[in-house]
Design a protein around this ligand. Structure first.
Ligand code: NDP
Length: 245
């Protein structure tokens, strides 16, 4: 997608791999200054080679105190992509407190924390910012291979998105989500580990396909840009028609 983000500063979480990695590359190519936040330093080293000039921040976003410390002096941010997420697979009946807490801390609580810090700066500067949360199609439907920890956290994230849009709207800050079906990143490959299940699941999509990383990145860029100036509290399904099936 050919958009110009020159003069704007963006922060992307979960920037080391998959959707976050390609979002950083797209924003960098579109002229934005990018702060790339992720957990594995080696990913930031290689990302900095691909995108010279990015500002790397290595932190575990599931750790509130470490995140506070790492992002306290982050400076002005105009565009925020809350993309970091985990898919910790445990059947409901075997779920532990640790997995439940970790899932909510990374997938939901970190969105609250990072967005608070960034939105405070936007409000103080009086800029019209845009925040995009990466939710999932499983915020609306479940399927057995995908753990309840993803569905429940992404369901919560969809409503957190709307609540943020309500409160931040008067400050001209828009908040939306992108809700993809399976994308064959490291995370998405967990679904395709069972080829029979993956084939049946794919065939249930009206378009007979999963989503590509690029499809998700394009929706993120659209929601970050002024092309979606009147859109807030909303979500874009990138689901190959699944929810229509
Ligand atoms: P990947 O697992 O490929 O990449 C996730 C990135 O987030 C990695 O760089 C990872 O770092 C980082 N990350 C994870 N936990 C933390 C943390 N605690 N602190 C900082 N960084 C962290 O996932 P995807 O690119 O596929 O997923 C991106 C988003 O899209 C997620 O929110 C996911 O739920 C959502 N999504 C994905 C779908 C899919 O099928 N792939 C479908 C629907 C939604 P590290 O590897 O070092 O842990």
């Amino acid at each position: 997608m050919n958009l110009n983000f020159s003069g704007l500063r963006a922060l992307v979480t979960g920037a080391g791999k998959g959707i976050g990695h390609d979002t950083v590359k797209a924003l960098h190519a579109s002229g934005a200054k990018v702060v790339a936040v992720t957990r594995t330093n080696a990913d930031l080293v290689s990302l900095a080679k691909e995108c010279p000039g990015i500002e790397p921040v290595c932190v575990d976003l599931g750790d509130w105190e470490a995140t506070e410390k790492a992002l306290r002096a982050i400076g002005p941010v105009d565009l925020l992509v809350n993309n970091a997420g985990v898919a910790l697979i445990q059947p409901f009946m075997e779920s532990t407190k640790e997995v439940f807490d970790r899932s909510f801390n990374v997938n939901v609580r970190s969105v609250l924390q990072v967005s608070q810090m960034v939105a405070k700066g936007m409000i103080n500067r009086g800029v019209a910012g845009s925040i995009v949360n990466i939710s999932s199609m499983v915020a609306y439907v479940t399927f057995l291979a995908w753990p309840h920890t993803v569905s429940s956290t992404k369901g919560a994230l969809t409503m957190l998105t709307k609540a943020m849009a309500m409160e931040l709207g008067p400050h001209k800050i828009r908040v939306n989500s992108v809700n993809p079906t399976v994308v064959l990143t490291d995370m998405g490959k967990k679904v395709s580990a069972d080829p029979d299940f993956a084939k049946k699941l794919k065939e249930r999509h009206p378009l007979r396909r999963f989503a590509e990383v690029e499809d998700v990145v394009n929706s993120i860029l659209f929601l970050l840009s002024d092309s979606s100036a009147s859109t807030s509290g909303s979500s874009i399904l990138v689901d190959a028609g699944y929810l229509a099936s």
